[in-house]
Design a protein around this ligand. Structure first.
Ligand code: PLP
Length: 286
């Protein structure tokens, strides 16, 4: 398998990364995961613009134009013969032998790499009958609107769910009014209550690409969508819950901790169908 690293195609398993890369020593970098199917990369601009905007926020030079990245990504996908898979992109602030926290000079070469790999294995029952999810404290910092490689709290949360036979963790924070659910370890979520769809507003959570597509599709089909904070009690009294992400797409939830939900509910099925059709149309358009 090939990978793309700093302008070249290389063998994926070659030892290529310098130990003093700031991605390793400081978690000083960003990533994106894009869905690939039948030679098409879904929502390429959305993902890359999110990365570019975060790179600018953190002062990480962005090394290529979107067209260059897209061309190289297509080459990589065909080199690795990926039909149904994922494109992983990572950008770090590069190598810094001083291991100083402050940013190195802007002339330091960033590290930019891409992997094109087959889709990870997910039990199809999760889409048919719903996934089990577990709640876990959201232990993250205040930079959750950026897709940074600092994922330790997400790793802990998802591992907690995994050890209990779950697919995803839903993370919660607490204020004087109680616990509220922010997002999944690697997904956003929606709940349905009395035919209204509710999802947390973008307030220290990742502005998911799938989330924004699903909101638009539901609204266009006449379903009311409200973006606001969701407290645990309201969450537990929901009629339906579903997760959304590049990899999970729209996935019903059948259980959170000990509470069971109807899965898939009617609106969840509608969202699944709308999103599937939307992806099919996008694939035809390019
Ligand atoms: N929230 C978090 C914390 C994530 O890591 C992800 C994706 O990995 C998402 C939400 C979903 O984002 P997207 O729909 O852009 O894949």
């Amino acid at each position: 398998m090939k990978a793309f690293l700093n302008g070249k195609f290389v063998e994926k398993n070659e030892k290529l990364i310098t130990l003093e890369n700031r991605g390793l020593t400081f978690g000083d970098g960003l990533f994106e995961v894009l869905r690939v199917k039948d030679g098409h990369i879904f929502f390429f601009e959305d993902h890359l613009l999110r990365m570019k905007s975060s790179a600018s926020f953190f002062g990480i030079p962005f090394p290529y134009s979107l067209d260059e990245i897209k061309n190289r990504a297509h080459e990589l996908i065909s080199l690795n013969r990926i039909n149904d898979g994922e494109l992983y992109i990572e950008l770090t602030r590069g190598v810094d032998t001083n291991r100083e926290h402050r940013y190195p000079p802007r002339s330091t070469q960033t590290t930019f790499f891409m992997l094109a790999i087959p889709l990870r294995e997910i039990n199809p029952e999760n889409w048919k009958r719903g996934a089990a999810v577990f709640s876990f404290p959201d232990l993250r910092h205040k930079l959750c609107e950026h897709k940074t490689i600092n994922l330790l709290p997400n790793v802990m949360a998802k591992n907690f769910a995994y050890e209990r036979g779950g697919y995803e963790a839903l993370m919660y924070r607490e204020n004087s009014k109680g616990k509220y659910i922010t997002e999944g370890g690697s997904s956003n979520y929606f709940l349905v209550k009395n035919c209204t769809v509710i999802t947390p507003e973008i307030d220290n959570i990742l502005p998911g690409i799938t989330r924004s597509k699903v909101i638009k599709l539901l609204k266009e089909s006449g379903i009311e969508v409200v973006e606001r904070r969701v407290y645990l009690e309201e969450f537990l009294s929901a009629d339906e819950v579903f997760l959304v992400s590049t990899v999970s797409m729209v996935m019903p939830v059948r259980r959170i901790d000990d509470r069971e939900f109807k899965a898939p509910g009617e609106i969840t099925l509608k969202a699944m169908e709308l999103y599937r059709d939307f992806m099919d149309k996008e694939k035809e358009r390019y």
